[in-house]
Design a protein around this ligand. Structure first.
Ligand SMILES: [Zn+2]
Length: 334
């Protein structure tokens, strides 16, 4: 079945979190200064105080559904989050700050047409290939990982078979690139987009989350490494996720120029806060658009509209439909 010409925009980078309430299998371990940060994010998406220790899982999903339905988006890709493993495939106890099982996002997507499921599989897990097969069968549309936070050396030759199977199944990889400050970093060097070389050589469609941009002031900036790699690899894309936080948005003007523009896809990084001040201060959006959309209470819509106002064309918001592993019924629905 072909994709219909009228396509609704998709936000392909939306996190699910939970504390395991309701038997979801999720967990959340927030320590130190991440605590107020997490509480602030929950308030930002409109959840009441105390939700983190309460029925977070159900309330989070209800809120997210409400936001998607009240926005211009046709669907959002919801992300699972695997554990941290060492190179030998042993789970590192005590590492990682949250976990979201693949079965949970797969089930949510079966229940709600607004959700498309992205699973998360550490490819060094001893059962990585079996889990990949199981998730493909269950309808996974994408695979998400954070090489620097989950300790994944994607260039390890032992992972070749895993990447080849992903390429064969046309399952795209969304991989975090650049610094990270909301989730603890295990291996700093893996923030470099060059960590994605082997999957790219194996033919996997790879989306570099955040285009290698910095998260904190003192992070190395890998944007130009990412941009250079897009010239070498036609199967490399970048997402706009968290471009509405102060430092990440630094390279927006370069992302808006061809040929890079043709490789951009829309992601918000929900529940990461969305504010237009920085885009306005840097003159990426005009005063009128800033005033109009900063007041928009739906942050998925605010992020979408601010990016439209920056000059990202309609294709940036629909391009992902051609990259996801969509069953034909979903293509039709969208
Ligand atoms: Zn993210």
């Amino acid at each position: 079945m072909t994709i219909p010409s009228i396509q609704k925009p998709i936000d392909m980078h939306v996190h699910v979190v939970g504390n395991g309430s309701g038997g979801t299998g999720c967990w959340l371990r927030v320590r130190g200064w991440h605590r107020p940060l997490a509480a602030m994010m929950l308030r930002h998406i409109g959840l009441p105080r105390g939700t983190m220790a309460g029925e977070l899982d159900r309330l989070y999903i209800e809120r997210l559904l409400e936001l998607v339905r009240g926005s211009s988006l046709g669907a959002v890709v919801i992300l699972a989050q695997d554990l941290v493993y060492d190179e030998q495939g042993r789970a590192l106890e005590g590492a990682g700050s949250f976990f979201v099982p693949n079965d949970y996002v797969l089930q949510l997507a079966r229940q709600h047409p607004e959700f498309l499921p992205a699973v998360s599989i550490h490819p060094a897990r001893p059962d990585a290939l079996e889990e990949l097969e199981r998730c493909l069968q269950a309808g996974a549309v994408m695979m998400k990982c954070l090489p620097n936070c989950q300790n994944i050396n994607c260039n390890d030759r032992r992972l070749t078979r895993f990447w080849e199977r992903m390429a064969e199944a046309k399952l795209p990889l969304l991989a975090h690139t650049g610094g990270e400050h909301t989730v603890p970093v295990v291996c700093r060097e893996f923030a470099d987009p060059r960590i994605l070389t082997l999957p790219l050589e194996c033919g996997v469609t790879v989306i570099a989350a955040h285009c290698g941009t910095r998260s904190g002031l003192f992070d190395p900036d890998y944007f130009h490494v990412f941009a250079g790699m897009t010239r070498r690899f036609p199967n490399l894309y970048g997402d706009t996720s968290a471009f509405n936080v102060p430092i990440r948005g630094q390279h927006i003007p370069e992302c808006l120029r061809e040929p890079l523009l043709g490789r951009m896809v829309q992601g918000s990084d929900f529940p990461v806060p969305v504010h237009g001040h920085f885009a306005w201060l840097r003159d990426y959006v005009d005063w009128k658009s800033f005033r109009r959309w900063e007041r928009e209470p739906n942050i998925l819509e605010r992020d979408y509209q601010l990016k439209l106002a920056m000059g990202f064309p309609a294709e940036t918001f629909t391009r992902i439909q051609g990259l996801l592993r969509l069953p034909s019924r979903l293509e039709f629905k969208l």
